[in-house]
Write a protein of this length. Structure first.
Length: 541
């Protein structure tokens, strides 16, 4: 290249002197002067935009590109004889105002007393300087190329890491959207179910009201019959109870769902007055006082009730609790509510509890002020703590994709100890996790529910290994220790760890005290353990 890339003028030895920048690009002297006027004390390379600091000497601080100057001069064939005396050159005058090749006659006439050297010696020395200058330029270019290759490798690694992180974030977003859609489907399904239940309850209430009205008519007929006999004074309780029940239906339509109509005795025929013994039959919601003459129908209804209890014992029996005497529900509420206010501290243990069991327990103890109707009710006793729905049945590992407050709740270790003491834990399904500092730049405390999986390999068998889970707070030397044990490497052998980005892109993990997140490792990354050879060399060198 013999032309300036800015002004396109041909480089010359005096006017357009080629100046070599540290980025290895060459610009002529006048163009550099113009650039320096635009931005004092610095020049931006017009080709690569690299900024160069300029010293007090100005653009002359940048060296001349002697390789280009030599190339320019070599293309111009210098004269080999003195044009004035037609003699061969024998000397070279180095005087400040001369700097020309001269013949012996020129020396005797006009260059006597000047700094003169032998022409051949000067030519050899000048050629050596050009060679040295060319070597310097070549080394500078090679150094620049090496730096560019390093930058290119770093950019490739950063690009690969960014692509992996971006894909991971995409997957998390897709999974979150999927979970939200599932939640929306569940809410819509529950809403439809609630509307269907309400419609069914309204229909059942109307039907039961009609049945009770029929019973009232029969009871009134029985009252008239009893009043006529004069032997059953005071049996007005039957009519009063039924009338009260009808009134309660009008005021509270949703509190008569468990009326056992099979045990409501239908007094459709005249009772046997001669027996004279009266019994009291208790149903779920209605008490009817009847005569001994109706004992046959009572026996039939008792047998039916016994059969229903045998078919569905859970509906009629109180669930068993632990043999230990737990605290009263209101006291449990106060204890756990106080413990749940505990702030997150790095290293503390928190436990996962199935959200269904936890919500049932909140109903049982009246945890929410607006829901205290069933406090201490045996029908709402939560039973043992059961986290089986959070775990994979075959492996016992935590199911992927679980969400806080939707699938599980987090409680501090002290709250877990109290709940476990009161209710016990089914099959020892405790899920404990630690609080860590998470984040690359902005640190925040968080319970680490899911660990990071790393693929451990041993050089040169890069396709053989195992996926091992680590906490993000684990340090690089802990990974090395686990890898040593996994691949049975003796402690006296020197090893080093590499992380693999692409098919042939590796990074040496040379900071053993860095944590996993500080080292920039990501889920599923390949970690390679390299063992030093017996002769002191490394296999990858």
């Amino acid at each position: 290249m013999t032309n300036c890339p800015v002004c396109y003028e041909e480089f010359t030895q005096y006017r357009h002197v080629p100046r070599l920048l540290s980025c290895t690009h060459t610009i002529c002297h006048p163009c550099l002067e113009t650039l320096l006027k635009q931005t004092p004390r610095q020049i931006s390379c017009p080709q690569c935009r690299t900024v160069h600091r300029v010293s007090e000497q100005g653009v002359t601080s940048f060296p001349q590109n002697k390789y280009i100057l030599h190339h320019i001069n070599s293309n111009k064939k210098p004269p080999d004889r003195c044009s004035e005396h037609k003699k061969d050159f024998a000397f070279y005058c180095k005087g400040s105002s001369c700097k020309v090749s001269i013949c012996p006659k020129c020396y005797m006439q006009s260059h006597m007393g000047h700094d003169v050297v032998d022409f051949d010696e000067y030519s050899a020395r000048n050629l050596q300087e050009l060679y040295d200058s060319a070597d310097t330029v070549i080394k500078t270019i090679e150094s620049g190329i090496s730096e560019l290759e390093k930058v290119e490798i770093q950019l490739d690694m950063a690009k690969a890491k960014a692509m992996v992180n971006m894909e991971s974030d995409k997957n998390k977003i897709r999974e979150h959207i999927k979970r939200l859609n599932e939640m929306l489907d569940i809410v819509e399904k529950n809403e439809r179910t609630a509307l269907n239940i309400r419609a069914t309850n309204n229909t059942n209430i109307k039907f039961r009201k009609q049945q009770l009205e029929q019973e009232l008519q029969k009871a009134k007929a029985c009252r008239n019959l009893v009043s006529a006999s004069g032997e059953f004074n005071g049996r007005m309780v039957v009519i009063e109870n039924i009338e009260n029940k009808l009134a309660s239906i009008g005021n509270h339509p949703f509190k008569v769902e468990k009326i056992n109509y099979e045990q409501c005795i239908r007094l459709g025929k005249k009772p046997n007055i001669t027996q004279g013994i009266v019994n009291s039959l208790t149903t779920t919601d209605v008490k009817l006082t009847i005569m001994e003459g109706c004992s046959e129908k009572m026996d039939v209804n008792k047998r039916k009730r016994k059969q229903r209890i045998e078919e569905d014992p859970v509906l009629f029996k109180v669930p068993r609790t632990r043999e230990s005497n737990p605290a009263e529900p209101y006291l449990q509420k106060e204890i756990v509510a106080g413990l749940m206010k505990k702030p997150l501290q790095v290293g503390d243990i928190w436990n996962l509890i199935d959200v269904k069991w936890y919500n049932q327990w909140k109903i049982y103890v009246g945890f929410d002020e607006w829901n205290t109707e069933y406090v201490g009710s045996p029908w709402h006793h939560p039973g043992q703590i059961d986290n089986s729905l959070l775990l994979i049945a075959d492996t016992g590992e935590l199911r992927p994709g679980l969400m806080d407050d939707l699938d599980y709740v987090l409680v501090p270790d002290e709250a877990w100890a109290m709940l476990n003491e009161w209710y016990g834990c089914n099959n020892g399904s405790r899920i404990a996790r630690k609080v860590i500092l998470q984040g690359m730049f902005t640190k925040h405390k968080k319970v680490e529910v899911y660990y990071m999986g790393l693929k451990l390999r041993c050089h040169p068998f890069l396709e053989i290994g195992t996926l091992t889970e680590f906490s993000r707070a684990v340090k690089i030397h802990d990974i090395e220790r686990v890898a040593r044990n996994l691949f049975d490497i003796e402690q006296h052998r020197d090893v080093r760890l590499w992380n693999k980005y692409l098919s042939n892109t590796f990074e040496h993990l040379n900071k053993p005290d860095d944590t996993i997140q500080e080292a920039g490792l990501y889920e599923g990354q390949v970690i390679i353990l390299e063992v030093k050879n017996e002769d002191g060399t490394w296999p990858r060198s």
